[in-house]
Write a protein that binds this ligand. Structure first.
Ligand SMILES: *Cc1c(COP(=O)(O)O)cnc(C)c1O
Length: 403
């Protein structure tokens, strides 16, 4: 069992007061808090080894380059990629997805089909729509059911030799539903389609194994897994990364430049134009070490208890409905009859409780349920049952005020 109080002491912000009350932070789906080791590692980088990477012969440049590349290898092992050059540093999930859709612009033809799921975050919808507009390909959508789960028979029926790409999140940000991606990847490959997995909500809760999943791309953000903002990873299978054209042109991504013709650098540099977020990339490795030190098995166990406790306690409140009741991560998305989610969110904020309200960048899901949005409490391994009880009491109070 985890010593939660000891873990909480690693996160300085968790002992802050907000609006005069002890902070209860349940907006982990939007971004996670950072442990002191991560905060310290950022300062240490700038204090001790700051220099540009892959360029200088001087010592600091070598030290910074080594630290950056060690972090890449660490993340390679964390997600079990075959090669470290399949691990690209990005600024986040959004960047990773756009890198891929940009590459497919030179591959897709009119009549080709791209399949997305109805559970996606806008950043895994809009870039594909833009790609389809550009190429004349058609966007197909996997429908969902009342439990918030994808209708897998409908997915099977959408697949055909016209399908060139399937894109789906590992875990839904709005509802927390865990999608059966291994099955979906296998089915997509059977018709020759490539698969991108949006892992933004999965990496804080589990350790993905990209070789076992056999996905072609896996994108995630560092800031939702205890790392700095502006960091992320795009995993891509070597053969796909070699096939796709570069995303941005610039320094560091070339082999040779003349005004007649430029040749591109080998992987991963072909996709890493310009000076990257060096400190962020290095410190993302620190965050991954921190999470592995806590252990994903322990994280899963604790978060499962939190989810069960929150579900049970919230359902005590009359008129409260939870959206997304299938197999899911530690996220509860809910509404109370006749009350706008924003009103509840504002009142409990005054009591120090941070939840997300609104459409969670997933408007199609809200349209499906015919609601303007939900209140989303998303839990992390550093949250406690006592905090959930504080939230439940606060919601009861808000409900009494509003009805
Ligand atoms: C947060 C999130 C994104 C976008 O991540 P950024 O860090 O904002 O680029 C994409 N997909 C899902 C499922 C998310 O939760």
């Amino acid at each position: 069992m985890l010593d939660i109080q000891k873990i909480r002491a690693d996160f300085p912000i968790l002992s802050e007061k907000v609006n005069g009350k002890p902070l209860v932070y349940f907006d982990n789906g939007a971004t996670s808090q950072k442990p002191q080791v991560v905060i310290d590692a950022i300062a240490k980088y700038y204090q001790e080894i700051n220099a540009n990477i892959h360029r200088g012969v001087h010592t600091l440049s070598q030290l910074a380059t080594d630290a950056y590349e060690i972090s890449r290898v660490k993340i390679q092992h964390h997600i079990n990629a075959k090669f470290s050059h399949e691990v690209l540093f990005t600024s986040g999930t959004t960047h990773g997805i756009n890198l891929v859709t940009n590459g497919f612009a030179s591959i897709l033809k009119p009549g080709d089909e791209v399949i997305v799921s109805s559970l996606e975050h806008h950043s895994n919808i809009v870039p594909w729509q833009m790609l389809c507009e550009k190429t004349g390909a058609t966007l197909k959508v996997i429908p969902m059911n009342e439990e918030g789960e994808l209708i897998i028979e409908a997915y099977d029926a959408l697949l055909s030799e016209k399908t060139k790409v399937v894109t789906v999140n590992h875990i839904s940000n709005a509802l927390g539903i865990i999608n059966p991606i291994k099955y979906m990847i296998e089915k997509a490959h059977a018709v020759g389609a490539a698969v991108l997995i949006d892992g933004a909500q999965a990496v804080p809760h589990l350790k993905p194994d990209v070789q076992d999943l056999d996905c072609d791309f896996y994108a995630f953000s560092g800031h939702k897994m205890c790392g700095p903002t502006g960091t992320g990873i795009l995993y891509g299978k070597e053969e796909w990364l070699n096939k796709l054209p570069p995303y941005q042109g610039g320094g560091e991504m070339i082999k040779e430049v003349t005004f007649e013709k430029t040749t591109y650098a080998d992987l991963p540099h072909k996709f890493e134009a310009g000076t990257p977020n060096i400190a962020g990339g290095i410190v993302l490795g620190t965050a991954v070490d921190y999470l592995n030190h806590i252990g994903f098995h322990n994280i899963h166990q604790h978060e499962t208890h939190l989810l069960q406790h929150a579900t049970k306690r919230l359902l005590e409140i009359e008129g409260l409905k939870i959206y997304g009741t299938g197999n899911k991560a530690s996220v509860v998305s809910f509404n109370i009859d006749g009350i706008h989610p924003y009103d509840i969110g504002s009142i409990i904020d005054k009591l120090g409780i941070a939840v997300r309200t609104g459409h969670h960048c997933a408007q199609p899901i809200m349209n499906f349920f015919c609601i303007p949005g939900t209140i989303r409490a998303s839990f992390s391994f550093y949250n406690t049952k006592e905090e959930i009880d504080i939230m439940v009491e606060a919601i009861k109070k808000a409900k009494a005020m509003l009805s």
